[in-house]
Ligand binder design. Sequence first.
Ligand code: XMP
Length: 525
Amino acid sequence: MTQQAHDRLLIIDFGSQVTQLIARRLRELNVYCEIHPYNRVDDAFLQAFAPKAVIFSGGPASVYWDNAPMPPKAVFDLGVPILGICYGQQVMMHCLGGHVEGGHGTAEFGKAFVTPTDQTHPILAGWFPAEAGPQAQEQVWMSHGDHVSKIAPGFQVYGTSPNAPFAITADPARHFYAVQFHPEVHHTPKGAQLYENFVRLAGFKGDWTMGAYRAEAIAKIRAQVGDGKVICALSGGVDSSVAAVLIHEAIGDQLTCVFVDHGLLRLGEAEQVVTMFRDHYNMPLIHADESALFLGALEGVSDPEVKRKTIGRLFIDVFQKHATAVGGAKFLAQGTLYPDVIESVSFSGGPSVTIKSHHNVGGLPEKMGLKLVEPLRELFKDEVRALGRELGLPQSFIGRHPFPGPGLAIRCPGEITTEKLDILRRADAVYIDQIRKHGLYDEIWQAFAAILPMKTVGVMGDGRTYDYALALRAVTSVDGMTADYYPFTHDFLGETATRIINEVKGINRVFYDCTSKPPGTIELE
Ligand code: XMP
């Protein structure tokens, strides 16, 4: 599914760790772009994609490697503006007759300052204040091994830094731009401005808006599905909720949602989801209460991977059973996002280690002979939230912290019992209530309580208690890949511990988890 009606920008990925950030910066400018690995971009692809501009990402390679990643030659003949970033600059110069040098002493990592050699070109609009004159400098973020030692014919230098004499270069006649630093990262404060200048020079109108996306997505869903039936596994999370509301708007009651209640949800969660989608949105919704099945299968299980695999397997069986009951469904809707779709360029080879078996409904489409409907495939998480707002989903739903598929099972290390789940649900509700009351919910990426597999001795009133200990977790993060613990005040922690112990029978001790990720993970299992 591509957005043919919009001006399209092509990002050719050479394997940088931060290529996705280039796309983020462009989407913020309402520019439609797609990332494609260099080895998939050939002449035919370029013709079909018809980009209005192209960006070459950075990457870990050297142009002198055997089989160094190269763009197709035809890209330089398209007659459209090109911006090369870091390795993208080097490969551009290499292809167009410049020179790149590597080896000892040319590497540069971290903060650097660029001084303008010519401030007049619009690619540098807003970068250097005119009054600062030639003394002006601007912080940029460098991360390169090789560097350009001779620019290609037609190029001029617009900015220079002590270790990168060709920090900002351009061939104004062809609208080719090439920079040694990374404008997409936070540590290049004027980086977003550089991208804005580039897309304005390339003539982009900035017509990629959520309103336009919604209308186009609805038309596409209708065209794909016709009068067929669609089923959707609704978890109550943001992605599946937004996908369901969008598809429902497109095809109404041809969509049936299946909400599998595995007995591992938070306090009041099942009621909230069912009320919202069945009563408020009037969607056909099957509320599959399968808690007895899941909790029965998990009895006596304490190994985290066995828990995850058991839940994943049962989820698929249960979903399949209820979906089959709908009769004649030809499509399965999923809230797949763009970061899951981007095919990343791997230079390390070999699969990465499995830390946790994540739970999803993968494998179902083939098993059930269903086609996929994935209307969020082109969106980043914050864009999905924006679309949710556009569709009128309440902010309380859109801003919810992520909740994992295996639910409370992985917040109950060791054996799961209904008693522990009940205590955990009530303690978690008090904790989240505290966070909301103190106005901290939106500052925190994810917060939850976990019940620990140990009992400790306490004293309440004049009596002895022997109850469970609770761990509180709250993290800041951008994408869940890395995270830091949230720095609550001691007052907040003390007040919350007191409330939990007073209000939740079964807990007599509360810990706060100060582990970042890595080395920890966000969930306890
Ligand atoms: P970890 O614990 O791996 O979690 O640091 C990172 C993020 O992923 C969520 N998570 C899951 N989400 N299915 C999901 O849909 C899963 O099996 C799963 N396991 C972890 C976790 O809540 C955090 O946001």
